[in-house]
Ligand binder design. Structure first.
Ligand SMILES: [Zn+2]
Length: 251
């Protein structure tokens, strides 16, 4: 026979066990609720955080670990042919679109270059929607060159979908595209673009961090304050965004 005292102790132990197990179950449910099972879902959550760094979204970080959701639609797109002030910048295709603020900044840069004798700066690519990016990706052997090296970002990871990125080149008098990095325009752009809010998004010395090879033609609008700071301190966008997050400015 179990004495009354022993029974009470047993009941108390069972009660405690139930409470502990219940709390553990609640804890697990909480964790699972906030940790999506797939990596990809976790990345999208992270992306939402990254986009909150600045109100306008000019600092949005898009890369292989921060892909854009499929239903992402940028705001404030303008048609470049309609938005450009006359004779400022060349366009490879008059149907191209881009973010209004970013393109206005690019036109200012192009106008100032022109005033200093740099003719022919031309936008080769700007905003691309997911479908267009998927097309490019498929046409490029799923983003790899003949050596198997990645050179076209996966459709979700290209920042051309934000409308904030531009590929630049220079057209000569015959309308031929020159190798941008071999033109004096490139040197000028490198030196001055931060004052207009642009960065070179894939510099040669940051390939390990960006995961993308050197792209001298690809510039990205981030706003003047960020661009000037990044240039002064030699930071790429991944590093800059990380620093803002570390400093707790992301809320
Ligand atoms: Zn590009």
């Amino acid at each position: 026979m179990i004495g009354e005292k022993k029974l009470r102790v047993l009941l108390l132990v069972c009660g405690c066990l139930v409470v502990v197990l219940g709390l553990a179950a609640l804890g697990l449910a909480f964790l699972y609720g906030y940790l999506p099972p797939a990596d990809r879902a976790a990345q999208v959550v992270h992306l939402r955080d990254a986009r909150q760094i600045d109100e306008e979204g000019f600092l949005v970080l898009v890369n292989e670990t921060h892909p854009l959701p499929d239903d992402y639609e940028p705001e404030d797109l303008v048609n470049l042919a309609e938005a450009r002030p006359k004779n400022t910048i060349g366009l490879k295709d008059i149907s191209m679109r881009a973010n209004k603020t970013a393109f206005a900044a690019l036109c200012n840069l192009a106008a100032d270059m022109k005033a200093e004798g740099y003719e022919g700066l031309t936008v080769i690519a700007s905003y691309r929607d997911l479908e267009k990016q998927q097309e490019l990706f498929r046409a490029s052997f799923n983003g790899r060159d003949i050596f198997g090296k990645p050179y076209v970002q996966t459709p979700e990871a290209t920042e051309h979908r934000t409308g904030l990125a531009f590929d630049l080149s220079v057209l000569d008098e015959d309308g031929q595209t020159l190798v941008f990095s071999e033109t004096p325009h490139y040197t000028y752009v490198l030196e001055h673009m931060a004052d207009y809010g642009f960065i070179l998004r894939y510099p040669s010395d940051k390939q390990e961090i960006t995961g993308i090879g050197y792209e001298p033609w690809h510039i990205r609008y981030v706003g003047k304050e960020a661009a000037v700071q990044m240039q002064a301190e030699g930071l790429c966008l991944e590093e800059y965004v990380q620093r803002l997050e570390d400093a707790g400015q992301s809320s």
